[in-house]
Write a protein that binds this ligand. Structure first.
Ligand code: ASP
Ligand code: MG
Length: 408
């Protein structure tokens, strides 16, 4: 017997025909004594349509976050009712339950709720009665019993958290890709599907620009130590399993994956006096203005002049504010000037244990050199190395790095 949580996103349940297909597939794959919980999103673009509806009433509907939650949570309720009916018409008993009914407790932040705890007694009771339990993703309730939502795309998080609370054997996330790849398959045709990847590496890949799984859902998986199986809605092939440790002894490759991120801008504060407290002045001003800084380098021009340049990156969204803040600070600390560039991008490699293997960094830098791509900034973490390169070259950078590490 296995207890399995399966999550199907909006595109997998976009029509009644698709809902029937989901139900048939689940029944086909189910072993007699398996206990199945299915978490679903709203049908197709329903959530967007509900937001449009609200805009017909209020110009800024997100000013009324409690009412938005009341509205948006209805999308998932349509899917659970229809899917539960689908199971019944196919001859298997099922029951639909909302987020509040499965004991999904959140904080009081409407439209961006955080899960505070889950008391899934009702789910266990219904499973015990032999029913397939169909749960509305994306929603919970605060202490007042008011319905809350978890932020756009939140039903992955609902599914993994519920799997954790139920101590399920696995949480399967069905999507339109068939797993996690060593890099974006749109950039590298020969990208390889991973059989497994650790939570930490998956989170790092997501942080550095890979867009497969919601980081919050992966964090939930890590917290509850629930394996997450990312697989295709359209095939029965095994996808990629995200878990704490690798189960296979031999990893074939020195790194796990290559990610890239074009949402980057570079700012340089030039001719900064090299004295104590200068870095603090710059970065505390940015923090006060809520600008998140990513890569940072301080370079000394010559030992004699005692003048440095401070170069850092921010996301494109933050660029306008970052420029304003940097200009003001530059004046205050008597820097020579500020320059910025939007045509930059970050290419990164991720893999546990790379810190202890200097050959890996050398191979990455060598790959970029081979392609004649200049590295502007390098930053490292325990499990990743990132290089800032010219924006127009980033795909070529991904391709050559991937080829040198993965052979294609
Ligand atoms: N229906 C919600 C959304 O579109 C939640 C989800 O799909 O995960 O954001
Ligand atoms: Mg959706």
């Amino acid at each position: 017997m296995a207890l399995i949580v399966k999550k199907f996103g909006g595109s997998s349940v976009a029509t009644t025909e698709k809902i029937m297909n989901v139900a048939k597939r689940i029944l086909n794959e189910k072993n007699e004594d398996d206990k199945i919980v299915v978490v679903v999103s709203a049908m197709g673009d329903t959530t967007d349509e509900l937001i449009t509806l609200a805009k017909g009433i209020a110009k800024e509907p997100y000013l009324y976050t409690r009412e938005m939650d009341m509205l948006l949570s209805t999308g998932e309720q349509v899917s659970i009712a229809l899917l539960a009916m689908a199971f019944k018409t196919l001859g298997h008993d099922a029951i639909s339950l909302t987020g509040p009914q499965v004991g999904m407790r959140t904080n009081n932040v409407h439209t961006k709720g955080k899960i505070m705890g889950i008391e899934p007694k009702r789910v266990f009771d219904e499973l015990e009665k032999g029913k397939i339990v169909v749960v509305a993703g994306f929603q919970g309730a605060n202490d007042l019993g008011d319905i809350t939502t978890l932020g756009r795309g939140g039903s992955d998080t609902s599914a993994v958290a519920l799997a954790g609370a139920l101590k399920a054997d696995v949480c399967e996330i069905f999507t339109d890709v068939d797993g996690v790849y060593t890099t974006d398959p749109r950039v590298v045709k020969g990208a390889l599907k991973m059989q497994e990847v650790t939570y930490l590496e998956m989170l790092e890949l997501a942080r550095l620009g890979a867009g497969v799984m919601q980081p919050r859902a992966v964090e939930m998986g890590k917290y509850y130590n629930i394996p997450i199986h990312v697989r295709s809605t359209f095939t029965t092939d095994t996808g990629t399993i995200i878990r704490e440790e690798y189960t296979m002894e031999d990893k074939n490759h020195a790194i796990t994956g290559v990610a890239h991120d074009c949402d980057v801008a570079k700012i340089a504060i030039l001719g900064v006096p090299n004295t104590p407290g200068v870095a603090h002045s710059i970065f505390s001003a940015l923090a006060a203005d809520n600008v998140a800084v990513d890569m940072i380098v301080q370079s000394i021009r010559t030992a004699e002049t005692n003048i440095t340049d401070m170069v850092f990156t921010v996301s494109l969204d933050d660029l306008a504010q970052a420029k304003k803040t940097a200009d003001a600070v530059a004046q205050k600390i008597h820097a020579a000037g500020v320059t910025y560039a939007e045509n930059v991008a970050k290419v990164s490699i991720v893999g546990a244990g790379m810190l202890g293997s200097p050959g890996i960094a050398a191979k990455m830098f060598g790959s970029l050199a081979e392609a004649g791509i200049n590295i502007e900034i390098i930053s490292t973490s325990e499990i990743s190395i990132s290089c800032l390169v010219e924006g127009t070259k980033v795909k070529e950078a991904v391709q050559i790095i991937h080829k040198n590490f993965f052979g294609q």
